[in-house]
Design a protein around this ligand. Structure first.
Ligand SMILES: [Zn+2]
Length: 64
């Protein structure tokens, strides 16, 4: 078997961007992440409030 894949520069896909979570090359199936695991990690960051959404409407007195 071939050890290296043939070079197909013509019509080749663009180089994958690194995973924003771990920096590994992203997988087309789970873009922009390299795996479902990293996608979950990023999602958890959102859910845990690591990412702050500016302009978030918050009313301290809005409670029933
Ligand atoms: Zn990753």
């Amino acid at each position: 078997m071939l050890a290296k894949p043939p070079e197909d520069a013509d019509g080749a896909k663009p180089p994958a961007k690194p995973c924003p979570v771990c920096g590994k090359p992203a997988d087309p199936a789970t873009l922009p992440f390299c795996s479902k695991r990293c996608r979950d990690v990023d999602l958890n960051r959102w859910l845990s409030g690591t990412y702050v959404i500016p302009g978030r409407p918050t009313d301290p007195e809005d409670a029933e």
